[in-house]
Design a protein around this ligand. Sequence first.
Ligand code: ZN
Length: 484
Amino acid sequence: MSENEQKRLQIPLVIDSLSEEEIPASLINEIYEQHEIQDIRFKNRFVCAYCKQTVLLYSRADVQSRHGHLYHFQHTPGTECEWRSDKVGRAYLYQGIKEGNKHRDLKTMLAQTLNHLNGWLVISVDKRFLFSPDQRKRGKPDVYATYKGTEVVFEIQLRAESPKIISTRQELYRDSGRKLIWLSMENSEIVSEDFSKNCIDVKQVQKDIAFTNRGNWFIFNKNMCQDSIDAGQLVLLAMVWTPEISANKIIYQWRQYKITYNDLTFEKGEVFYKDFHMMHRDAIQQLRQRGQEKCLLILEKEEPRTFVDFIELTRSAWPTFDENHDAEWLRCTFNDYGNNKKIALKAAILDFFKSTDWREKSSHEGWTRITQKISNPKIGININSNLVVIEKILLILGYKISEHLSPEKSKHIWACHNFYDYTSYKPYRELCQKAIEHSKYNNQIVSDKTMQKRINAPVDIEQKHDLDDFLAWFMKNPLLPLES
Ligand SMILES: [Zn+2]
């Protein structure tokens, strides 16, 4: 090693004070963009990894190098540091060089692996500039290859690349129609067979890469190299940010999959094994479906009286309930439920009058059961309601009570007669007239011969109004179909 060479390697490892990362001096060219290197020269951004004192960046022209220069660091004059002396720190010095080489080795390892595999052709390693279609942007991919004729670009993630660099590269290669895969080189120990998900420390940069790749980032290392050669195709580890449902909530974790290149999907400049966004939508949809099922149970079991009560109960049973998205469904369901309940009650009332218990034994038991369940006073009936009047009103409205008591047998007209002819019915004459107005057979009734004289007969008895609410409620939507 020449004296000059030794001087350049004086500081093998520096610390980037911005990211607090250790950076091998020999990798400055590969890790930093040109503008960053300019910046480094003017700001005291790096310190010696050994003495932690600010160091200076020197460069010399070198056409072979990425930015046209080679770089090295030196201590400022007068600094006391063991790395300045020849005697001590050699081991550390060479360790630093080895660190730098490891990164470079990965590119070589990847390129060599690809060369072993069918369909792959490595075009260049860290050599060739690729341009955007308008020639304004350029990038020098770490490994540039083709797979069955399609151009694929690999970038090795070495340090904390900023989200901006990640997305700029992505745009560049997307716009030029090339496929881009960022690869991380995690320690092979960490991702060995007995990999435990807890021991991997996902760095911000890997999250940033995942963010622009539907929640995916990829690892290539010595083990993957071996696996690829064994499998005859490129094997990677995919780390996927995965939503999973647990205790009615979505939890997120990194899931690891050993995959091959053919398992990847490339779309709009993104590369992924599993699409986080799609899985996330599915999980939300699943929770929504469960939530809706619970809502239906709540309606059935707890019978909330008001919509506000219903929302309250919903929130506790459906933690991901989203006011903006789900309120309309909830409102419709509540209305439907309310309507179904009203229809069911109307049908139960009609069924009571059709029942043999009532028709043949005049039993009030069925009526008692119905009225006991009613809590809404607006329905206007109770245990003491005048049942024979209600029965005739239903007939006038057009409901069929039995084969005999049906509109086909003109029993709706016969039912009207009662309110004009008999003292016990006369107090409900006004009720009868309202029922006629509501009746499907209104025209038929008012034009019927037998009704002509009766209709004009004066009301000569005090009128009762205790069933007015009932008639109004019964004829309000939802209507009980006449045929039932
Ligand atoms: Zn030092």
